[in-house]
Design a binder for this molecule. Structure first.
Ligand SMILES: Nc1nc(O)c(N)c(N[C@@H]2O[C@H](COP(=O)(O)O)[C@@H](O)[C@H]2O)n1
Length: 207
């Protein structure tokens, strides 16, 4: 099992999010307004995509997850089927999350990219009192936040590429080299968002 180090942060030196409705809420996988398309299937949030990929060999479970209107219900449906998770899930879930975030960025390039850019150079943290793996917990009576902060670390990793000269390489997301990297029974290939990006620019110019 991979080990991830615990980090300590000082709250007012960081860009923190916990609610999708507040500042930096768009960084949460639960945030609406960052639609995705994989194999011609519309996916409402990166949370739904991440949860669906837990069940690569169960297209019917994936369909049930993707049909949920809210990301929280997608997560709840996933919990209900947890015993059918890919057997390698714990080993690969961080790679899957990294891939989902890359897709979120490539398909919402300006909107998500600019949001990421505004956080630079501060640490990004999802504050969660329940989950110190993906997020980090606020220490009572201190200004410290402690946890693995895996999601924040992946977002910072992505941010470092977005603000570099390799920025536009992020428009193409290669598939993960995993057995059965599938959505609804179909292998997932390269996600090429270059046309979508141009269409979004044209759209923004016309509005
Ligand atoms: N809003 C919210 N509520 C929770 O209870 C959470 N654990 C999270 N964290 C998000 O959930 C995703 C991870 O799911 P798994 O625990 O791996 O099934 C990830 O998007 C976290 O940011 N959020």
């Amino acid at each position: 099992m991979k080990k991830y180090s615990i980090r300590k942060y000082i709250k007012n030196e960081c860009c923190c999010f916990s609610s999708t409705k507040k500042e930096f809420g768009g960084l949460s996988n639960m945030c609406a307004g960052y639609n995705l398309v994989i194999n011609q299937t519309e996916i409402l949030t990166s949370e739904a995509l991440y949860q669906a990929l837990r069940f690569s060999n169960y297209p019917e479970i994936q369909e049930e997850i993707l049909a949920q209107k809210s990301p929280m219900s997608a997560k709840m449906v996933s919990k209900k089927h947890i015993n059918n998770s890919r057997i390698d899930w714990e080993e690969i879930k961080v790679d899957i999350m990294r891939w989902c975030l890359k897709v979120k960025l490539s398909q919402n390039f300006h909107k998500f990219g600019l949001l990421l850019e505004t956080t630079y150079p501060k640490p990004i943290i999802e504050i969660s009192n329940k989950d110190a793996f993906w997020g980090a917990k606020k220490e009572i009576n201190t200004d410290l936040i402690i946890g693995i902060n895996a999601l924040g670390r992946l977002l910072m990793e992505l941010r470092s590429v977005y603000i570099s000269e390799d920025k536009y390489s992020l428009l193409i997301v290669p598939p993960l080299d995993l057995t059965d990297f599938k959505l609804l029974g179909k292998q997932i290939g390269f996600i090429d968002s270059r046309e979508r990006f141009i269409a979004q620019i044209v759209d923004n110019t016309n509005n």
